[in-house]
Design a protein around this ligand. Structure first.
Ligand SMILES: Cc1cc2nc3c(=O)[nH]c(=O)nc-3n(C[C@H](O)[C@H](O)[C@H](O)COP(=O)(O)OP(=O)(O)OC[C@H]3O[C@@H](n4cnc5c(N)ncnc54)[C@H](O)[C@@H]3O)c2cc1C
Length: 284
């Protein structure tokens, strides 16, 4: 006899698992989601939400909440490239190029005709808490469990029995389900089933940082990058600490309070010192 019986066990609480949970609830199918990490993503990671994604979010009831905190449409008309952010002379912050993007802020007739939902821009660090909250509401009490790790599972003719570790209490319990959804980013379920990953792996190591600040307003004597209609401002400067490497900085969103969310992406070798004054342990 299993400790928990449920039609569908969802393994993983990232974008895939949380979407699956919300959709299951919408279809009236009882599910249990377990996710190994204690929280949703602590990294910004992906950010552009396509029109189709926003249609699905509308169906599960979170589109308005996402639009409310994501980049305003008028700021999503283009992507622009700059020579750095700001600096002591006029070369810093100079615009190098600009390209219309994302349906020009939902003004391109083809984009408007394609869907009643416009593209949105919200990094995973901000999006996943909205998804988690909605999944918890729709699925019911104790049906979305973070910090719970699937340590093993066995399949038979009628379904799957999984062993789940509650990492807070240290207790292990079994879950019997008809279907197990592997939404764990390929970490556990696929491996145990013997699914192989094809292709090149470990292409690069990426440092990802996120900062919320009002510094688009600039500093005296410096020339900050400007142009609120471009959604993504990519600044490239060589990093003196890492020859032949560069970093880029992207403006992800602009809130009504005029604060900006900046994401730093930086490819580098492991073991180098921290970035932008952060100690190495925070530069993961
Ligand atoms: C720095 C960075 C930048 C990125 N930028 C982009 C981008 O610009 N565009 C883009 O499309 N994509 C981007 N990605 C990729 C994107 O983030 C992933 O494709 C996406 O998060 C995958 O979602 P997922 O739900 O499948 O898996 P994940 O988000 O990886 O979630 C997996 C979940 O499974 C859980 N889990 C793992 N093992 C177990 C287990 N044994 N038991 C229970 N739970 C388990 C974890 O706790 C986690 O919640 C980026 C990724 C990174 C790291």
């Amino acid at each position: 006899m299993s400790d928990v019986e449920v039609p569908v066990l969802i393994v993983g609480g990232g974008g895939a698992g949380l979407t699956a949970s919300m959709l299951m609830s919408q279809f009236g199918i009882d599910s249990l989601l377990v996710s190994a990490w204690p929280t949703t993503s602590i990294l910004p990671k992906a950010h552009v939400l396509s029109q189709r994604t926003m249609e699905i979010f509308r169906e599960v009831g979170i589109a308005d909440a996402v639009y409310a905190v994501s980049t305003p449409a008028e700021n999503m008309r283009a992507t622009a490239w700059y020579a750095g952010l700001a600096g002591p002379n006029d070369n810093y912050g100079r615009q190098i190029g600009r390209l219309e993007a994302w349906g020009a802020g939902y003004t391109d007739p083809d984009y408007v005709a394609a869907s009643s939902c416009r593209t949105a821009n919200l990094p995973q660090i901000r999006l996943e808490p909205i998804m988690r909250s909605r999944a918890e509401t729709l699925a019911g009490p104790d049906r979305v469990r973070f910090n719970h790790d699937v340590v093993s599972f066995e399949q038979d003719d009628d379904g799957v029995t999984a062993q789940v570790l509650d990492k807070q209490t240290g207790e292990q319990y079994s879950v019997r389900c008809r279907y197990l959804l592997g939404c764990d980013g390929g970490r556990t379920v696929g491996k145990q089933l013997g699914v192989q990953m094809d292709g090149v792996r470990n292409v690069m190591h990426m440092v990802s940082g996120v900062k919320s600040s009002p510094f688009v307003a600039g500093q005296p004597g410096r020339r900050p990058i400007k142009g609120p209609t471009s959604y993504q401002k990519v600044g490239h400067r060589p990093d003196p600490a890492v020859p032949d490497r560069r970093w880029s900085c992207r403006l992800r969103s602009r809130s009504p309070r005029r604060r900006c969310v900046w994401q730093y992406l930086h490819n580098r070798r492991p073991g180098l010192p921290g970035l932008f004054g952060f100690p190495a342990r925070r530069s993961v």
